[in-house]
Design a protein around this ligand. Structure first.
Ligand SMILES: *[C@@H]1O[C@H](CO)[C@@H](O)[C@H](O)[C@H]1NC(C)=O
Ligand SMILES: *[C@@H]1O[C@H](CO)[C@@H](O)[C@H](O)[C@H]1NC(C)=O
Ligand SMILES: *[C@@H]1O[C@H](CO)[C@@H](O)[C@H](O)[C@H]1NC(C)=O
Ligand SMILES: [Zn+2]
Length: 471
């Protein structure tokens, strides 16, 4: 046989060999085999991105059915959704997500705390993958879209790409992160924070308990995760595991809807800090103790709440926000002077230094107020103080390009809420796509985004991932 003929022969043999392989590894094997035997570079049909944006078709009815079905795994009645980490409903919802990933032909992996990964293996499987994803846990009495769009929408974005003839070069992966919401253990973005290598969290999780005094490890075990303390650092990802991470999310604010703009491209995620403060006074009878002799812990807390507002407003930027979302008084009786007060403070900014100044001012105020009112500042604990994250310029321009190709106008904007992306940014270039939501409502049952918005978001995600996968 001459060289050409023998090549054809080898290709034929390869084809037979490939035909006997399982579906998932089919394309990868095909490419490998051709590369190994032909002596020519692999034939890659779409090494240069050539999917036509107008050919993308989103199965919006199917996706809406999935959103409804997922919302039925809830511990509160419809239309509210309550899905707490490692609860029975959370376990069922996780099973549902894994089944959708499998249906999409993804290879599914779960780590020891239940972060779920579904991968479409690319033609160059050894390259760092392009990842997307979000969360499906829901705070009590919330809605159907927060986080969900970034998981179900991402699986659909993969389906959209599979309906074109794209063969991604880099693998594409959908991640469902464990416990973005802090509901059960008071730790937000637990899964992504740990994946991003937080030693501090790995350590803290050995002791942390929920409101029922159930430890994190016990809770994880009851949900079927055979986790051991020493396992926790083993789930850390490496910096070269991913080429990039992109998250699709509802805006959770009113700007896009008000301006009639269908897409938000996030340039930065504000830096959150949270603080818990306890004051202790003498308490006493609300009738018998005269005003000058009181050490009212409740008033110290109230004064600190006003100080939080003042420090945030005096920062010189509208990007600084401060909130007291929890204020608890003990013993909590109308005729008893509060002897203890517990408050929880959230403050954020896109400028870390300015945010840290505010945190420090709040601390100074707490000390001053305690002194002035003769109460004890028994606790001032900075629970977390995270840096902000900037989106990658490459991902931003890819997204701008995708929006132009889809004829969608967009805003470049800051995410004032934080997301798993804040932590993924520690290990890989990050970007986020926002879609409008009704009146900016979130974390309540009125949360809503239209089918049209969802279609736009899924297409944006699909095009962005297709581009990144070919880089
Ligand atoms: C965007 O608009 C152009 C010009 O009107 C049109 O040719 C193209 O098909 C549109 N693309 C999409 C994805 O709708
Ligand atoms: C929580 O559980 C631990 C270990 O079982 C026990 O020592 C501790 O007293 C419990 N705390 C409360 C508040 O019940
Ligand atoms: C991906 O998008 C970037 C930014 O728009 C562009 O420069 C690049 O050519 C695109 N890559 C492919 C493979 O389409
Ligand atoms: Zn969310």
């Amino acid at each position: 046989m001459d060289a050409k003929l023998s090549q054809v022969f080898v290709l034929l043999l390869s084809a037979l060999f490939i035909a006997s392989l399982s579906d998932t590894s089919h394309d990868e094997q095909a490419r490998k085999t051709m590369e190994d035997f032909s002596g020519y570079p692999a034939f890659t049909p779409h090494s240069c991105l050539s999917i036509s944006p107008s050919s993308l078709s989103v199965d919006i009815q199917g996706l809406q059915r999935q959103i409804e079905e997922l919302s039925s795994f809830s511990d509160s009645p419809a239309p509210t959704v309550t899905r707490i980490l490692y609860s029975e409903k959370d376990v069922l919802a996780r099973r549902y997500i894994k089944s959708l990933m499998a249906q999409a032909g993804l290879s599914v992996r779960e780590d020891s705390i239940g972060n779920i990964f579904g991968r479409w293996i690319g033609t160059e499987a050894a390259l760092p993958a392009v990842a997307t994803g979000s969360h499906i846990d829901a705070i009590p009495y919330s809605g159907k879209y927060d986080g969900i769009i970034g998981v179900l929408g991402a699986i659909e974005a993969i389906n959209v790409l599979k309906r074109t003839d794209l063969q991604p070069k880099r693998s594409l992966e959908v991640i469902m992160f464990t416990s973005e919401e802090p509901t059960r253990f008071g730790i937000s973005c637990l899964g992504s924070r740990l994946l991003a290598g937080s030693e501090e969290l790995a350590h803290a999780l050995k002791q942390v308990v929920d409101g029922q005094n159930i430890t994190f490890l016990e809770a994880a075990q009851s949900a079927g995760y055979a986790i051991h303390q020493e396992d926790l650092t083993s789930i850390f990802l490496r910096k070269d595991d991913y080429f990039s991470f992109v998250e699709l999310h509802i805006e959770q604010g009113p700007i896009l809807e008000n301006e009639g703009v269908p897409i938000g491209i996030v340039t930065a995620i504000a830096a959150p800090a949270s603080i818990t403060v306890d004051f202790e006074g003498n308490g006493g009878h609300a009738g018998a103790v005269l005003m000058p002799s009181r050490n009212d812990a409740g008033l110290a807390a109230a004064e600190l709440a006003l100080a939080v507002e003042k420090h945030a407003m005096d920062s010189g930027s509208l990007d600084t926000v401060g909130t007291v979302g929890v204020l608890e008084l003990h013993p909590g009786a109308i005729n008893s002077i509060p002897s203890k007060a517990h408050i929880e403070i959230d403050t954020r900014d896109i400028d870390e230094e300015r945010r840290n100044i505010v945190v420090n001012e709040i601390h100074q105020s707490a000390i001053r107020i305690a002194e002035k009112r003769g109460v004890k500042l028994s606790k001032f604990k900075i629970v977390n103080q995270d840096p902000p994250a900037l989106s990658s310029n490459q991902i931003i321009s890819t997204m701008e390009d995708a929006a132009k190709q889809l004829n969608l106008s967009y805003n470049l904007m800051i995410s004032r809420a934080y997301h798993d992306s804040l932590f993924m940014a520690r290990i890989t270039p990050m970007g986020m796509i926002f879609i409008p939501c009704y009146k900016g409502y979130s974390h309540k049952p009125e949360e809503y985004t239209s089918p049209e918005n969802i279609v736009n978001g899924v297409k944006m995600l699909a095009l962005t991932m297709a581009n990144l996968s070919s880089e």
